[in-house]
Design a protein around this ligand. Structure first.
Ligand SMILES: Cc1cc2nc3c(=O)[nH]c(=O)nc-3n(C[C@H](O)[C@H](O)[C@H](O)COP(=O)(O)OP(=O)(O)OC[C@H]3O[C@@H](n4cnc5c(N)ncnc54)[C@H](O)[C@@H]3O)c2cc1C
Length: 423
């Protein structure tokens, strides 16, 4: 097994998660975040990093190491990790529940944290103010701002690109992001004690992988629109899961269902890092929330179901207490949800986790680096895979690596150029 030896290797071998922490640590004279030619958020720099800069990045980057760090007291479930508390629920505020991606649990917790004075603000991802197809990190301090940042954005973002400046500001805040963003924050907490003091809550969504920005541009093209005309784009929300929605400056509106968007030959690439991710379920977070789909014929259904329901897990004592306080304060409604229901509903994450060991074997055989997955039970989960699952994962990654399809452009290359044709 070999971890990457430099930031350049992390990016070029497809191990970067795009969080932006490296750019924040080294500053804009060395690295800036931008879309890569492949349509992922990546550090861009014009000179090789020196040895000390490399060391600073490698200590923190989840493309290098994913060791965790949250103090966990429960024995971990093989796939879903430590669960101090598991329930289904939703925001009690109807507006939050309607607008959010699922039932609004993450937004409700964030609003509770700000309104109770627990934190000064929330660092989270929202739609970009410059381009409604892109995302940007925001530091939100009011209910209105937090609710306006709710919903899932299935595209690149760099939520940690200003993390050092925020820590320097002395403010106390909660963070909401993808599991890999939180893995990076936990790595940072090992070298910067301010993280533990100033970021008391880290909240994650369950994540099956983040697509390239090409997915977003292709959604717009499939509606027959030019991306330059788009005024608003929502991937979901405003219902559960809610339609993918596009409105143009000329007032044209388009909608399609979640399944029509994601399960109808939409062309895009997931980040390679997501294909070897062993933490889709946010094991390093204090609280993680996902969908609580209705089950039809033993499988989760994405049919429109009106008011959304989350399933959520507290990983840490701090997370468990936060949920309890938010319920008592009337921000969250909860009902029982069992591990058996979780296993059936989110079996896609079981399949994914069981495959990681075999994907890594494909990389190892072709001398490719991969992250140190720390205590994420990659071997334990992998040994529970069927022979078919093992072979499919191993063969697929081996072929991908031999065809160099895990590779990305160097950090000195240019930016993403969207296809401007409509169809
Ligand atoms: C890329 C991606 C993949 C996902 N895959 C799965 C899955 O496999 N299974 C599953 O059950 N759920 C998945 N989800 C999560 C799901 O869509 C909901 O986010 C989750 O159920 C929480 O619902 P909520 O109503 O509490 O969220 P909300 O209250 O709407 O809050 C969502 C929060 O997520 C933040 N956010 C949105 N997009 C991003 C982003 N790209 N990067 C960082 N932060 C972001 C927002 O700032 C907001 O704070 C995924 C979400 C994303 C963005």
């Amino acid at each position: 097994m070999r971890v990457a030896a430099s930031l350049e290797e992390i990016v070029e071998r497809g191990l970067c998660t795009g969080c932006g922490a490296c750019a924040s640590l080294l500053g804009p004279d060395v690295l800036r975040m931008d879309l890569s030619p492949e349509g992922f958020m990546r550090p861009r720099g014009q000179r090789p990093l020196d040895k000390a800069e490399q060391q600073t990045v490698l200590e923190v980057c989840a493309g290098h190491t994913q060791k965790g760090g949250a103090p966990v007291k429960a024995a971990p479930h093989r796939i879903f990790g430590a669960m101090l508390h598991l329930a289904k629920g939703h925001a009690t505020d109807r507006d939050i529940r309607f607008k959010s991606a699922t039932g609004g649990v993450l937004t409700a917790l964030a609003v509770y944290l700000v309104e109770s004075g627990e934190v000064d603000g929330i660092l989270q991802v929202s739609v970009s103010g410059d381009n409604p197809l892109l995302n940007e990190a925001r530091f939100n301090t009011t209910r209105e701002q937090i609710v306006a940042s709710s919903g899932s954005r299935y595209g690149p973002s760099a939520p940690l690109k200003d993390i050092v400046a925020l820590l320097d500001s002395g403010r106390r805040f909660a963070f909401i992001g993808k599991p890999c963003d939180i893995a990076t924050l936990r790595n940072l907490s090992r070298v910067d004690p301010r993280v533990e003091l100033q970021i008391p809550y880290m909240l994650a969504m369950v994540c099956g992988g983040n697509p390239s920005i090409a997915a977003t541009y292709n959604i717009v093209r499939r509606f027959g629109e030019d991306h330059r005309d788009v005024e608003e784009l929502r991937y979901r929300g405003h219902g559960w899961p809610g339609p993918t929605y596009v409105r143009t400056r000329q007032g044209r509106e388009h909608r399609q269902t979640y399944d029509e968007t994601w399960f109808s030959n939409l062309t895009y690439e997931l980040m390679f890092r997501c294909k070897i991710c062993a933490d889709g379920v946010g094991e390093h977070a204090d609280v993680v929330a996902g969908d609580c789909w209705a089950m039809e014929g033993g499988k989760p259904s994405h049919r429109e179901a009106g008011d959304g329901w989350n399933m959520h897990i507290a990983r840490t004592e701090r997370g468990r207490q936060l949920i309890e306080d938010a319920v008592v304060a009337g921000y969250l409604h909860e009902e029982p949800f069992s591990v058996t229901e979780l296993e059936a509903m989110h079996d896609d994450h079981g399949t994914k986790k069981r495959s990681v060991l075999w994907r890594l074997a494909g990389l190892a055989l072709t001398a490719q680096p991969f992250p140190d997955h720390g205590a994420l039970r990659v071997v334990q989960a992998g040994l529970a895979a069927s022979w078919r699952e093992r072979w499919t994962a191993f063969r697929g990654t081996l072929a991908r690596s031999l065809k160099r399809r895990n590779r990305e452009s160097p950090i000195t290359s240019g930016t993403y150029a969207p296809d401007t044709t409509t169809r």
